[in-house]
Write a protein that binds this ligand. Structure first.
Ligand SMILES: CCCCCCCC(=O)SCCNC(=O)CCNC(=O)[C@H](O)C(C)(C)COP(=O)(O)OP(=O)(O)OC[C@H]1O[C@@H](n2cnc3c(N)ncnc32)[C@H](O)[C@@H]1OP(=O)(O)O
Ligand SMILES: Cc1cc2nc3c(=O)[nH]c(=O)nc-3n(C[C@H](O)[C@H](O)[C@H](O)COP(=O)(O)OP(=O)(O)OC[C@H]3O[C@@H](n4cnc5c(N)ncnc54)[C@H](O)[C@@H]3O)c2cc1C
Length: 655
């Protein structure tokens, strides 16, 4: 970004000494040059669009005002998609991310789950009937699955959809208090349709969870329809712009053809035609999990790192050299140790997220051809990586906030907003522990199969491979050598969990209890497996990168930092398996510290390459020009509290 403004001299000096091609790194982070160009074009158009530029300062709005402003922008988003002639999914996600910088749109579920649900679970006729209206924002929908009493346990959901062959209708009902749908985004006030996940009953038999298209509000008056009670669930820790809502159904009749029937059908006479896999109904969640790694975790990590590193370059504090000038806090090694691994995580998860997107597209194609072979593997991977990436994001965003001292605690930093809007990703779309357990169980099951002679493939192939039994880390600490350590750690963790599980079975324990008692080790195995997968994917993406030697060099430094930092922060597991000894661990640790020094000259350029505009970061500390203090003072004076010197409110409220 060519800067025409007065840039803080410390920050400018940082930029002047960068020694790699920033533009090329931006293309790699974005996934392609074309995406970067489209993103920049849209960012510029939005910044100049009179209906969108400016607007109220988010930080000084009440929660209700934040929601109202969100609805205003969401309706403009729908309008701009048409006006800018943008059609496809990626464009809609991109435009939304620009119009809603670190904010969730009250209509976010429209493109996150409602449209994917129609396209993934509906027949071609149903895709035409609702998909086109949803893409045109003629109907606004959400995805209503979670209930007051159940979110994780899908087989425990209670909402019923009972088929009546005399009327060719389904009767949808919330039979209990705990069956009330609870949490769906936009359900409270914004949406007028929902994909409702309900237990399908026909001819007195339950066929499990299926998807139903339900209109919740009148398209003209927006009033709830008869048989529908909706409302907002009340204030939350974050996500203030979204009316997460509740939905209580009272014997609501919908036509038979409102069941989304791509994978299974109910015929007019009530006959149930089963699907290829009873997990295809869960397909929408699998899609969303695959988008969370890049869309949520990577995005949050990269923004938080940008803010904290830029601020650390302009913030001077304390005394390093006795009697010397106050140094940039970025020159403290402890500050580098906090922040540089976050930069490496952002680039690592970006590579994984782009890779997962391609894997999902392949799975989706296979399923269209009736081939569900990849389903189990992609389910396991998306569960593990969604949990692993969002866990890492949660901790690292908080580390970035803490690394900015007092000003990090101010909303002006933009860091609490990043945390507020992204940390729910550790819970929604599958609570992280539950997803780790899914991944851990699939790893143990795969290993047990391998021990019976089955050849493993894909991300689990390494489980049955024999490998060196001693770490090959010498004075030359390399990614390849460390990757073997990560593989060994993961393989050993899975073997340990499998031994525990089998041991309990052989001791006569019931299967469910053997799994439960092994839970802690299943989670550890899943985390080690994901950690290895991220490092391997990051390293492979660098080998395939279309970039100059300078960019490859900085990426290799970040990859090695990711690997060495991961060893030092999980050293117990690497030592425990006897694969690495304390001398080797010290070698890795020393190498990591040297990497911090090597990366220091490029730190600001590495976050500049994420290419976030000031409008996107919404941060005084992370401004591109680094003019923090004068803008903090300007920002504070906007606070409504400063409109009066003595009275609390500008208008004296009558007693
Ligand atoms: C940016 C995005 C914004 C999004 C906003 C938020 C939207 C939401 O939160 S929507 C609601 C999200 N809710 C969830 O994710 C619910 C999480 N729970 C689940 O997915 C399931 O209950 C789960 C997976 C934990 C257990 O499912 P369950 O049917 O009990 O399966 P379970 O008995 O554990 O396993 C049975 C088999 O099914 C497999 N399986 C389970 N789920 C899936 C799936 N989705 N795909 C493929 N296979 C699956 C298991 O691997 C297992 O395989 P195997 O028998 O070979 O070992
Ligand atoms: C901001 C936000 C937006 C959301 N949007 C939507 C939406 O649009 N649509 C929708 O349908 N839902 C939505 N949800 C709901 C979300 O999907 C659920 O909250 C989530 O799936 C977790 O389920 P739960 O709340 O029942 O937690 P629980 O499963 O009750 O978790 C409580 C604890 O129990 C543990 N636990 C549960 N099961 C097991 C197990 N089998 N083994 C070990 N431990 C277990 C968990 O690890 C956790 O520690 C949203 C939630 C949030 C926070």
């Amino acid at each position: 970004m060519a800067s025409k403004v007065r840039v803080n001299q410390d920050l400018q000096r940082e930029r002047d000494r960068a020694n790699f091609n920033l533009e090329q790194l931006t293309y790699i982070f974005d996934g392609s040059r074309e995406y970067t160009q489209k993103r920049r074009y849209l960012e510029k158009r939005i910044a100049e669009d009179p209906e969108l530029k400016g607007g109220p300062n988010y930080y000084f709005l009440s929660n209700s005002e934040k929601y109202a402003n969100g609805v205003r922008k969401a309706t403009l988003l729908a309008k701009k998609l048409k006006e800018y002639k943008l059609g496809d999914f990626t464009d809609a996600f991109l435009l939304r991310s620009i119009i809603f910088p670190n904010e969730a749109s009250p209509m976010s579920l429209q493109i996150d789950m409602f449209i994917p649900g129609i396209m993934g679970l509906g027949t071609e006729e149903q895709q035409r009937r609702w998909g086109e209206k949803a893409m045109a924002y003629e109907i606004i929908g959400t995805y209503a699955q979670t209930e007051l009493g159940h979110g994780t346990h899908l087989r425990g959901l209670e909402t019923t959809a009972t088929y009546d062959p005399t009327t060719h209708e389904f009767v949808l009902h919330s039979p209990t208090l705990t069956s009330i749908k609870w949490w769906p985004g936009g359900l409270g006030k914004t949406t007028n349709h929902a994909i409702v996940m309900a237990m399908l009953y026909t001819r007195g038999k339950c066929h499990g969870l299926h998807a139903f298209m339900v209109q919740t509000r009148d398209l003209e008056t927006h009033e709830p329809l008869p048989g529908v009670e909706v409302g907002d669930i009340g204030p939350k820790m974050g996500y203030h712009t979204v009316d997460n809502g509740y939905l209580r159904l009272d014997h609501l009749h919908i036509p038979r053809m409102n069941m989304l029937m791509k994978n299974s059908q109910v015929l007019e006479d009530g006959t149930y035609v089963r699907k290829k896999s009873d997990k295809l109904s869960y397909g929408t969640m699998l899609f969303v999990r695959s988008t969370i790694v890049k869309g949520v975790a990577t995005n949050a990590l990269a923004q938080a790192a940008t803010i904290a590193v830029r601020y650390s370059a302009v913030r001077r504090q304390s005394e390093l050299k006795p009697g010397g000038v106050e140094p940039q806090v970025l020159d403290y090694v402890t500050q580098q140790y906090k922040l540089f691994p976050v930069i490496s995580q952002a680039y690592a998860f970006s590579a994984v997220g782009l890779h997962l997107r391609n894997l999902y597209l392949r799975l989706n194609y296979d399923i269209q051809q009736g081939n569900v072979e990849l389903l189990a593997e992609i389910h396991s991977l998306t569960c593990g990586l969604k949990a692993f990436s969002t866990d890492q994001m949660m901790w690292s965003v908080e580390i970035c906030r803490l690394s900015c001292g007092g000003h990090g605690f101010s909303q002006a930093s933009g860091l609490p907003k990043i945390y507020d809007v992204h940390v729910p990703a550790c819970t929604y779309e599958g609570e992280n522990t539950v997803l780790y357990l899914q991944c851990g169980r699939s790893l143990v099951k795969a290993l047990l199969q391998a021990q019976k002679g089955v050849t493993l493939s894909g991300s689990m192939a390494y489980l049955s491979q024999v490998c060196d039994d001693k770490c090959s880390v010498t004075s030359q600490v390399t990614v390849d050598a460390l990757l073997k350590s990560y593989e060994w750690r993961a393989r050993r963790a899975v073997h340990k969990a499998a031994r525990m599980y089998k041991g309990r079975l052989q001791a006569g324990e019931a299967d469910y209890n053997a799994w439960n008692q092994t839970g802690v080790h299943l989670v550890l195995a899943a985390k080690a497996h994901c950690h290895k997968y991220v490092l391997k994917t990051f390293a492979e993406s660098i080998q395939q990168a279309e970039a100059g030697a300078d960019v490859v060099r900085v990426l290799q430094q970040l990859c090695l930092l990711y690997a060495t930092h991961g060893v030092t922060t999980n050293s117990g597991q690497f030592l425990e398996c006897g694969f690495m000894d304390t001398r080797q661990l010290e070698l890795v640790n020393d190498h990591m510290l040297r990497l911090l020094t090597d990366i220091r000259p490029n730190a600001v350029a590495l976050v500049d390459a994420f290419d976030f505009t000031d409008d996107k970061l919404c941060s005084v500390l992370g401004r591109y020009d680094g003019q923090v203090y004068e803008n903090l003072y300007k920002w504070a004076r906007q606070s409504s509290r400063n409109e009066t010197q003595v009275r609390i409110f500008t208008t004296v409220t009558p007693q």
